[in-house]
Design a protein around this ligand. Sequence first.
Ligand SMILES: [Fe+2]
Length: 230
Amino acid sequence: MPQIADSMLESINRDAPDIVVITGDLTENGLASEYDGAKDFIERIECENKVIVPGNHDSRNAGYLFFEDIFKARSSFGRFGEVTVVGLDSSQPELEEGHIGRENYGWIENTFSVSGFKVFALHHHLIPIPRTGRGNNVFVDAGDVLELLDRSGVHLVLCGHWHIPWVWRLNDMFVVSSGTVCSSQIRGRISQCYNLIEIEAPESECTRWHLRVCRIFSGGKKETVVDCII
Ligand SMILES: [Fe+2]
């Protein structure tokens, strides 16, 4: 869908984001040619700070090797001013369902042992979302990971997978699912979209943040779904 891809790209670049988080499924089957297209698209996003994790489709056919060739680590983190983003690979080769795994819990906890606004990004869902039927949308250790993130003071969880934009609030943490930016795999009446997230630093002596989440749809419609202090 080159026209939609181009117009969404223009929209993202107009927004001039400080950080771009991409939560996986860059490809359909993890093939080299698909990765080439994804790389080209991502390079055209005008932002220095990108955190990218693979999805289940990207790990098909040993595609995770191409992911590592292009984007280096499948799990990574970035500290951008007062914002820390941890991106973790929740995919497993040739399996649709995801997991984080106990071996990663210590790294996640250590990386989040800082002050500031904390974002955790992964492909799969930590909490079920509507309109996914009986689809397996929660991974095996979701409960333990939610507890870990809550205990670590994470403010925002970003995920992808089902192409259904949705928001849940859990304690002081928002769990935000994204739609698809430019693939034809849209669900129901939802058109292509991405989440535009604005974070305002707290004033001195205050530890709370102003968080605003908007969905930007193809065609330009903008829908605010979160606007609050956390
Ligand atoms: Fe997926």
